[in-house]
Design a protein around this ligand. Structure first.
Ligand code: SF4
Ligand code: SF4
Length: 405
């Protein structure tokens, strides 16, 4: 299942000013070395057999070493001094361990003094063995592992190609990651399998020792705009997050929940880690296996192609008119957003959830009612918490200014 896990970390080095005005930097890459190809067959996956997939007729989609070399070389140059490479799919580990070893080799070869390079990978964890773990541990990769909770919830929709559940294999991989001290968080898709069981899901992850979680709401529709059976309702999503918030709040310093982190960042006046709470959709781009570039993982479609890294420079790609026009989809303010007290946090939600039902970017985000419920419960306490923490920081800064030793 795809998600906005890696879009994306923090802010880039700031805008580039050119003859056309201000061009937002591409602050990170979401790379699909095996395109949308996957070794599993999850019932709810939006990537599998997608009509609009520009490569769906092509077998054996894998990024070549030549494309990888060009990607690393040019992007390290463009993004200096902070370069973020995030890998996703389909299943990115299908590209094979030697591909990722080569990646690290190229990063070492082309990186410059003082350059910060981070690598992240979202995986179903089926192929991970100790050799993979060694690479991740040695170079401080951050992994996102897809698991939907306890066995009966996970195995309801997450099958292998033979139709069998995958929970046991994922659990083995999680134990392996923990043994090898690889940093990871869990990506839990919220479907009809688990959305009514927030306590069971949260406690299950906590008992496993997981202290970093992301919940990804499922919203897929048929051609008439009707919810598919696993799709959750806005009310269910809102209730789930509020109940998880109550469980999480007493141990908020020990555990991270991405949605709550993002809201805290927004109320602190920072740019949230997740693109869904940005003002426009232009922080990251997707790199397909053949070097094609798209503005968002949910819109890998011919009409949104921005260029190709084997032909275009990053600066040219960043300036493409199509990038501006995609970015501006988020700024089409729905009348309800114009008068919404949470607009400065939410910015109208995610265009995927506006467009998903009737292919119309002008609609209200499908999960708007969830956001309002959740913001209504969490913004007050988070604002207070941020105020306390920032007050402490200011007090510490003042005392160290008084006594720098
Ligand atoms: S449509 Fe925009 S907000 Fe939604 S995932 Fe894509 S870039 Fe992020
Ligand atoms: S909560 Fe709803 S109305 Fe408010 S900004 Fe978000 S999508 Fe718009």
């Amino acid at each position: 299942m795809g998600s906005s896990l890696f879009p994306i970390y923090g802010e880039g080095p700031g805008p580039l000013v050119n003859g056309l005005g201000t061009t937002p930097r591409i602050t990170s890459l979401l790379i699909k070395p095996a395109s949308a190809v996957c070794n599993l067959d999850c019932a709810y996956c939006f990537y599998l057999d997608r009509e609009a997939d520009p490569y769906k007729a092509l077998p054996g989609r894998r990024m070549t070493v030549d494309t990888l070399e060009r990607l690393v070389d040019t992007y390290l140059f463009y993004s200096y001094p902070n370069s973020v490479f995030a890998f996703q799919g389909g299943e990115p580990t299908l590209a094979g361990l030697p591909f990722f070893e080569k990646l690290v080799e190229f990063q070492q070869q082309f990186g410059r003094d003082g350059q910060n390079v981070s690598n992240a990978l979202q995986t179903n964890a089926i192929l991970l063995d100790d050799n993979w773990c060694q690479l991740f541990h040695s170079y401080n990769w951050l992994l996102g592992v897809s698991i939907d909770g306890p066995e009966e919830m996970h195995d309801l929709y997450r099958f292998n190609k033979a139709g069998a559940g995958t929970w046991r294999k994922v659990m083995n991989a999680i134990e392996r990651l923990q043994r090898n001290k690889v940093e990871f968080n869990v990506l839990c898709v919220l479907s009809q399998a688990n959305v009514e069981k927030p306590k069971e899901v949260y406690n299950f992850f906590r008992r496993l020792g997981i202290d970093n979680m992301q919940f990804i709401p499922l919203a897929e529709f048929d051609a008439e705009g009707n919810r598919l059976p696993f799709t959750i309702t806005p009310e269910q999503y809102g209730r789930f997050l509020v109940e998880v918030f109550e469980l999480w709040w007493p141990e908020r310093r020990k555990c991270r929940i991405r949605f709550f982190d993002n809201v805290a960042e927004a109320v602190a006046g920072q740019k949230p880690g997740s693109c869904t709470m940005h003002e426009t959709c232009d922080s990251y781009v997707v790199v397909e296996y053949n070097g094609d570039i798209f503005p968002c993982d949910f819109f890998v479609e011919k009409e949104w192609k921005l260029g190709n890294i084997t032909i275009d420079s990053w600066t040219e790609i960043a300036r493409r008119q199509r990038r501006y026009s995609f970015a501006s989809k988020k700024t089409l303010a729905h009348p309800e957003c114009q008068v919404c007290e949470y607009a400065s946090i939410c910015h109208g939600g995610c265009p995927k959830f506006r467009h998903g039902r009737h292919h119309d970017f002008n609609e209200l985000d499908y999960f708007c009612a969830s956001y309002k419920t959740v913001f209504g419960r969490i913004v007050g306490p988070l604002r207070e918490e941020v105020r306390k923490l920032m007050g402490q920081q200011a007090a510490m800064a003042a005392s160290s200014a008084l006594n720098p030793y």
